[in-house]
Design a protein around this ligand. Structure first.
Ligand SMILES: Nc1nc2c([nH]c(=O)n2[C@@H]2O[C@H](COP(=O)(O)OP(=O)(O)OP(=O)(O)O)[C@@H](O)[C@H]2O)c(=O)[nH]1
Length: 143
């Protein structure tokens, strides 16, 4: 970053989506190579646009990036992470697939993984605290 340039802050909404028929696994995606945090893993979602609620932003991102419809549930976790290029205010929701099979439209790869399997992957740093809470059962009921 150029000295003196302001670091951007973005509000990012992400979804914990249980696999239909197997509530122990959740959908994760690998970011495309080349860009910021290229090839790291993350939860589906993206930036909240002006005028959107968090659930609206989450439903839109998952429609655009995965071609699925979501039923967005409870807000599970919120926190802030400072990357060298960006400050991310991350909010995690539980969400169910209403229709559609996730497609790799905006990601390098998709996978249905257990929380322990996720912790073994190179994940975006902002996701580590909620992942650790998920593994420890600290996010509360996911139903
Ligand atoms: N979707 C998503 N983004 C996350 C997660 N964790 C995390 O740090 N992020 C960061 O939050 C930002 C989300 O932006 P985005 O999904 O619209 O991705 P993008 O590549 O278009 O954004 P960019 O232009 O900042 O690189 C990215 O910088 C991404 O690295 C997560 O779990 N899900």
């Amino acid at each position: 970053m150029t000295q003196g340039a302001a670091k951007r802050t973005v509000r990012v909404v992400a979804a914990l989506i249980p696999q239909p028929g197997d509530d122990s696994r959740f959908l994760v995606q690998q970011r495309l190579p080349g860009g910021s945090r290229g090839l790291l893993w993350e939860f589906p979602g993206g930036k909240v646009e002006p005028g959107e609620s968090e659930p609206e932003a989450l439903a839109r991102e998952c429609r655009e990036e995965l071609d699925v419809r979501l039923l967005v549930g409870r807000r599970l976790w919120a926190g802030r992470h400072e990357y060298s290029d960006l400050t991310v205010e991350l909010v995690l929701y539980i969400a169910r697939l209403e229709s559609g099979e996730p497609k790799t439209l905006g990601a390098n790869a998709l996978a249905w993984l257990t929380p322990a399997e996720m912790l073994a992957l190179p994940f975006c740093e902002a996701d580590i605290p909620p992942l650790e809470d998920l593994v420890a059962g600290r996010l509360g009921p996911l139903g």
